[in-house]
Write a protein that binds this ligand. Structure first.
Ligand code: OAD
Length: 307
């Protein structure tokens, strides 16, 4: 670009300039924190608050979770013992059923970017919470890189289960163990697949050790070569291959990181003055709001809020 953006105001100008024709967004758990969903790796996040000693597991499995909390979402762990996955996901599963969480300003930004400019090529979300689908963004604009909590299937044979039926199972199995009013910590027992009878039914979220949806590879191969601006928001960028988007965009693309902390340096992001990488720190909702105001979309946002 002839003038590289250096702050919110110049980023807004770049977004609407003819030089910027195609914009991709990569989001992570940070964009849903304002909705009330903790992220993974911050203090108070899912991995930080994990209590392996309370989860039904062998001593070796508990040691593995204590050493590395991502073990709870590891494929090998799930096939050996579905309790840890169900335990950490249970509040999420039931909260989704109750529609407990609402799309944030960060989610609204993607919706308005598409509606107002038509330049959004794709939103790649690592989040499984489904909040992106609460917006009016067409579903073909969204790639759920790590799957979604709202779709349920057997991890072993692929047989689908209705989300509501699955939630009823999850809830019933908590009751089976302890009774509704029990003071004991609740725990869901694994759910047998109606087709293959193995206890492997779960939301179709991607486990570590499983491959990502084909859509991720197909869409990204198609989208990335023409991207002029990559917006990265609310992600630590430590998980691959989702994080590969940052180095697969063309060298000429501007990369703006909207996050509580600077991330991605080990992937080649350089926050040096005059460079193509831009860091906008703080709460991502504040930055996206400032950006929407700069873009003159405040009224559109108010209208969305009123709906
Ligand atoms: P992380 O928890 O690793 O990172 C969240 C990032 O968002 C951190 O850099 C935080 O500093 C930042 N953050 C938190 N709250 C914020 C806020 N309000 N405003 C701005 N920034 C904020 O979450 P992800 O990067 O999404 O995968 O994690 C990637 C993957 O690791 C997840 O999709 C999940 C996990 O294991 C699987 O389970 C396969």
């Amino acid at each position: 670009p002839s003038r590289l953006p250096t702050d919110v105001s110049s980023l807004a100008k770049f977004i609407v300039s003819p030089e910027c024709r195609s914009i991709a967004i990569l989001t992570g758990a940070g964009v849903s924190v304002a909705a009330g969903i903790p992220d993974f790796r911050s203090p108070g996040g899912m991995y930080d608050t994990l209590r392996p000693e309370l989860i039904t597991a062998t001593a070796a499995q508990r040691r593995a979770m204590a050493a590395d909390p991502t073990a709870v979402v590891l494929k090998d762990m799930f096939f050996a013992n579905a309790f840890p996955y169900l335990e950490v996901r249970r509040p999420f599963i039931l909260g989704t059923r109750e529609r407990r969480w609402r799309a944030t300003l960060s989610h609204r930004f993607a919706e308005l970017l598409h509606a107002k400019t038509g330049k959004l090529t794709r939103l790649y979300t690592q989040n499984i919470d489904g909040l992106d689908y609460q917006t009016a963004l067409p579903t073909e604009k969204i790639v759920a890189v790590h799957g979604s909590i709202g779709k349920v299937a057997c991890e072993g044979c692929g047989a689908p289960m209705e989300f509501d039926a699955f939630c009823a199972e999850v809830r019933a199995r908590i009751k089976d163990l302890y009774g509704v009013d029990s003071a004991a910590p609740a725990e869901s027992t694994p759910i047998p697949c109606p087709a293959c009878h193995r206890p492997l039914v779960k939301p179709t979220t991607v486990l570590f050790g499983s491959s990502l949806p084909a859509e991720f590879f197909e869409r990204s191969a198609e989208d990335l070569p023409s991207v002029d601006l990559l917006l990265v928001a609310g992600t630590s960028l430590v998980v691959s291959p989702a994080n590969s988007l940052v180095y697969r965009v063309p060298d000429s693309a501007v990369r703006a990181v909207i996050n509580a902390e600077p991330v991605g340096q080990e992937l080649g992001i350089r926050y040096s003055p005059g460079g193509r990488d831009l860091f906008l720190g703080g709460e991502c909702d504040d930055t996206f709001l400032a950006l929407m105001v700069q873009l003159g979309w405040a009224d559109d946002l108010a209208r969305l809020d009123a709906e």
